[in-house]
Design a protein around this ligand. Structure first.
Ligand code: ADP
Ligand code: MG
Length: 148
């Protein structure tokens, strides 16, 4: 399977987006941090579910609605799935001890990571998902960038 590198990917179905996630999850290194940017309903959770599958997690993954972070210990590496959409203040991140996750041995995925920019590590991977209605209802443009 081809290695995922930084760049632009296009998908035309939810399954293709999940499959891209699987490839990301398979190659994710210990301690890596990903942010996931994009409007509501664009496919952030679909991509995250793929990443979880790529890490070998078989239990269902959904958006952590009532908690900021959901931890999955069952895969090749621990998986920390954050959704910070409802966060009021980065102090809430301090309270849950985010540093143990961001700087730990697992893989961190932060939906809406742009909302907590000031506490993101010096180096992380940003994944942006966008719709382009002119390319069809199920089209998604997925940009993977390294941020340093
Ligand atoms: P978010 O987490 O960004 O709010 P979700 O992943 O929960 O969004 O939902 C994305 C929705 O868009 C799902 O209903 C999914 O079936 C649909 N969808 C349609 N086309 C795609 C695609 N190419 N990639 C991802 N999701 C898609
Ligand atoms: Mg979501």
């Amino acid at each position: 399977m081809e290695e995922i590198t930084f760049g632009i990917y296009e998908t035309f179905t939810p399954e293709e987006t999940a499959e891209l996630g699987v490839r990301i999850g398979r190659q994710a290194a210990p301690g890596s941090v990903y942010t996931l940017i994009g409007d509501l309903g664009v496919g952030k959770t679909v991509l995250t579910q793929g990443i979880a599958r790529g890490l070998g997690i078989t239990e269902p993954v959904s958006s952590p609605t009532f908690t900021i972070v959901q931890v999955y210990d069952q895969g090749r590496l621990p998986f920390y799935h954050f959704d910070v959409y409802r966060i009021g203040d980065v102090e809430e991140m301090e309270e849950i001890g985010y540093e143990d996750y961001f700087y730990g041995e697992g893989v961190t995925m932060i939906e809406w990571g742009n909302l907590i920019e000031e506490i993101l590590p010096e180096r992380y991977c940003r994944i942006t998902v966008e719709k382009k209605p002119e390319n069809g209802f199920d089209y998604r443009k997925i940009t993977i960038e390294e941020v340093t």
